[in-house]
Structure formats: C-alpha cells, structure tokens
Design a protein around this ligand. Structure first.
Ligand code: PEP
Ligand code: MN
Length: 339
C-alpha cells in the first residue's frame, strides 16, 4: 500500500499515521521527494480498509498494491485450482464442465426426464432449485426439502453430481446431506454470515456474482469462504445489472479474463440468467468457451412453456442437445476438454 500526503501536510500528521501503522507491525518505506511525502506500507495489508486511513489528517491518496483477497489471489497461488466434484467430475484449468437442469425442481417426472437427456449428452452435474429466491412472494417458491430429496434421488439414478442453491445458513447440514456442490445465489453473494458458515463446509461452493457486485467484491466474498478453511470455490458469472432492459442482465464476459488474472479459482458462465432469453443461450455459451471459462451452467426444461420459473430462459432438450454438439466440436479448438 502506498500513501501520499497532501503538500501542506505537517510532520506531526506524518508521524501520527506512521506510528499508527508501526504499532500494527507494518514497516514503512519512505520514498518522499522534495515536494511531497510518499511512503510504502510493507506487510500484510489485507486487514486494512484503505478508506479508513482517510480519517487521518494530511492524507491525500492511498493506493493498494496487493489485492485485499489473499487466499483467492493469483499472487498467493499461481497455478489454476481444479475442484473435484465427489469423484464424478472436476472443474477448472483446461476443462470445460457442463452443469445443467431446470431452474426449479417441479416434479419427479420433470427432473428425471431432464436428467436422462442431459446425462445421455455427457453432462455430469445436475442443477435444480429447491428454495427459490423469487422477486414476488406469490411466485412459486420451490419444493424445499422434497425438492432436494428428489435431486439426490435422480442424480444418483444417473450417476450425476447435484447442485442446488442454499437460501440460508440454517440449512447447511441439510444441503450437505443432499447435494455435492452448494450454490450461493447472486442475491446472497454478500450474505457474510452465510459465507462464513459455508467456510466450514466440506462441500465445494459455487459462488454466483451479485447483481451489482464488482469483481473485487465478488472475490472478497470468495475470500470469506476460503479464509474460514474451505478452498473449494467455483465462481459463476451470471450477468450484472446495467441500464439495458432488452436482456434480463448484461453478461460481463470480460469478468472471466479479469478473474483469471486476479485469481486461481475456476470461473464458469451462466448465460441463462444473464440473457433471460433462450434464443441467446447457444451463442453466449460459445462466447464463454472462447473467452476461456471453465464451464457453463444452463437451465433446461422438458417443457419451458409450462415451467414454474424461468421458462423464457430455459432450453428445450433438443436445443440443449444442439448446444452440446457445438460445444463438443469447439472445445478442442480452445484447448479445453469437455467434462
Ligand atoms: C438460479 O441459478 O436459479 C438463480 C436464482 O440464479 P441467480 O442467483 O444467479 O439469480
Ligand atoms: Mn433460474
């Protein structure tokens, strides 16, 4: 961290902030010029919020040199992380892992029909929401525990791994019993109480990017999970809120590249929630592959017109099969192995 003082800053003001930092075991490297006092703060500054230091009189500018997230950072661990999913598949590095399934688990038949076709096309992770975060309290809220039980049953039937979104920390034990990956939804990305509780879980966590979260905030949320002892975090870009209304969200495709520079964690793309329209899923999925994402999460429904949630962004099974054909053809071109 580099701190620059105002030109008119006094020696007393300089001493005050320097002493504050030294008392916290930081070393100070003074690199002042004739006109301006500038100094480096050496040590692990991840626990300092630079904004707080503006409380000191005389401070002009504070620049972070290292990232505030340590465990998640590329500087901390250079090689890409590969996450094992219950002996069934892996996510990360030069692999392209498919996750697919309905937005909501609606019935045994719906889930089994979907899973059967997904598995036949080589998808090994089945998604299905059981506790749905809906904007309206009158909309379908999910099948709750019955949904999770169905997800486990059908996943086992087709030897697939299961992923579902957790609504709150009190359900961690239940989720650990029924799923292989715990999904943290966009709306919960900064539920720090939940993240801390998940840091004690043995399950991999898929952390979706918040609706209006910066990349740094997203990685700080990953840091919460990792700092508490769970290194298995998969990031998922699902689009962010912008002024654009045509699509449900705006797919920030460049976030994949940013995350890969900043972090060793795998990052996948969910084009379904990003676009909100099934017509766009195929092309956005290919863009995800081209940009180097570690996989996709796609909503698929046997009959989207009748879906209880997100039908407009769900692929019919034949469309999903077409997408898989495209992905299968193109993965080698981008140096990826389809998982
Ligand atoms: C979902 O995956 O069904 C979901 C609700 O996603 P998000 O949290 O990205 O809105
Ligand atoms: Mn959905």
């Amino acid at each position: 961290m580099i701190i620059q003082l105002k030109q008119q800053a006094t020696q007393k003001e300089y001493k005050k902030i320097v002493n504050y930092l030294k008392e916290r075991n930081f070393k100070i490297k003074d690199v002042r010029s004739e006109n301006v006092i500038v100094f480096g703060v050496i040590g692990d500054t991840s626990a300092i919020d630079p904004h707080d230091l503006y409380a000191f009189e005389g401070v002009d500018k504070i620049t972070r040199v290292s990232t505030p997230f340590k465990n998640a950072s590329r500087a901390f661990k250079a090689e890409d992380t590969i996450i094992k999913i219950n002996g069934i598949t892996t996510i990360g590095k030069d692999q392209f892992t498919m996750i697919a399934g309905p937005c909501s688990i609606e019935s045994e038949t719906q889930l089994r029909t979907t899973a059967k076709h997904l598995k036949a096309k080589g998808t090994h992770i089945l998604r299905g929401g059981a506790y749905k975060p809906r904007t309206s309290p009158y909309a379908f809220q999910g099948m709750a525990l019955d949904g999770l039980k169905l997800l486990r049953k059908i996943s086992d039937e087709f030897e697939m791994a299961a992923i579902s979104e957790i609504p709150s920390a009190d359900l961690i034990d239940t989720f650990e019993q029924y799923v292989d990956i715990i999904q943290v939804g966009a709306r919960n990305m900064q539920n720090f109480h939940l993240l801390k509780a998940l840091s004690k879980s043995s399950k991999p966590i898929m952390l979706k990017r918040g609706l209006s979260a910066t990349i740094e905030e997203w990685l700080m949320s990953a840091e919460y999970i990792m700092a508490g002892g769970n290194p298995n975090v998969i990031l998922c870009e699902r689009g962010i809120r912008t002024f654009e209304k045509y699509t449900r969200n705006t797919l920030d495709i460049s976030s994949v590249l940013a995350v890969q520079e900043l972090s060793h964690l795998p990052v996948i793309i969910d084009p379904s929630h990003a676009a909100g329209r099934w017509q766009m899923i195929d092309k956005l999925s290919l863009a995800a592959l081209a940009v180097g994402a570690s996989g996709l999460m796609i909503e698929v429904h046997p009959n989207p017109e009748e879906a209880l949630s997100d039908g407009a962004q769900s692929l019919k099974i034949p469309k999903f099969n077409e997408l898989m054909d495209h992905i299968e053809t193109l993965t080698p071109m981008f140096g990826k192995t389809l998982k």
